[in-house]
Design a protein around this ligand. Structure first.
Ligand SMILES: [Zn+2]
Length: 252
């Protein structure tokens, strides 16, 4: 059986948590062995720590998102800090900058990001970045030697190259399978295999054949197949490479 790692899913979100048993059993049947669960607030953090006890293949990452930086950035930080220091997180994030929606003012997003950059450095943990239309500022704020993944990458070739040159991982979601994503598929060809991760970002962004449905880790193979095709690899090879990359990057 081909085994995969989903490097980014919101399993403890309000949408997915009520169905977690079914979601995890379908993930297992689809060969999705490890899942990095992204906790974004106190509720999803507490639930994430619980589900990781039941399914040891789930690893938690956490931070406030750029969207909620203003509302929850200050208040939630000590909770994520505590779990990071206790060794209960495999990464810090998703943090970063989102100037597309700009649900929090840019300055609040930057302040929140900087705090998490410091926490990650202190705890020696990798970072998971969310970035939309803010690459200039992200590259400015993040120190050069930072260990990070750019999750759900949808940027252009220059932005991909800058990530790659900084040694970051680049993670691709179901967006790569969308009919209109020709440009992103051409970027996929330029990312060194050693720096590639795959993710669902479930419950969001179901791949092409399931568009409109709630996404889940079991749909990861469709994204893997698309990337494998673009790279001229077998699905097995692509799954193996990205699984090894995730294990190395998140240290599991
Ligand atoms: Zn996410």
């Amino acid at each position: 059986m081909i085994l995969y790692t989903d490097s980014h899913a919101h399993l403890s979100s309000r949408e997915m948590l009520p169905q977690i048993d079914a979601v995890m059993s379908r993930a297992k049947m689809a060969g999705v062995e490890h899942v990095v669960n992204i906790c974004t607030d106190l509720e999803t953090l507490a639930a994430g720590l619980e589900i990781a006890k039941k399914w040891p293949s789930i690893r938690n990452a956490g931070s406030t998102t750029p969207h909620e930086a203003l509302e929850w950035g200050e208040e939630h930080f000590p909770y994520f800090e505590r779990e990071a220091r206790a060794g209960n997180l495999c990464a810090i994030g998703e943090t970063g900058l989102d100037y597309h929606y700009e649900r929090s003012p840019k300055e609040a997003q930057q302040r929140c990001l900087i705090r998490y950059l410091e926490l990650a450095a202190e705890c020696n943990l990798p970072l998971i970045f969310h970035c939309r239309e803010a690459f200039g500022d992200l590259f400015k704020l993040v120190p050069p030697k930072c260990k990070a993944v750019l999750h759900c990458f949808t940027g252009d070739i220059e932005e991909a190259e800058e990530c790659v040159n900084r040694g970051w991982m680049v993670s691709l979601s179901g967006i790569v399978t969308f009919k209109k994503s020709e440009k992103l598929r051409s970027v996929v060809k330029k990312i060194p295999l050693k720096q590639l991760l795959i993710e669902t970002d479930s419950p969001f962004l179901a791949p092409q054949s399931r568009r409109g449905k709630m996404n889940e880790p079991a749909f990861l193979p469709e994204t893997a197949a698309c990337i494998a095709f673009e790279r001229g690899l077998s699905i097995e090879e692509l799954a193996h490479i990205t699984k090894e990359n995730a294990a190395r990057f998140f240290a599991f």
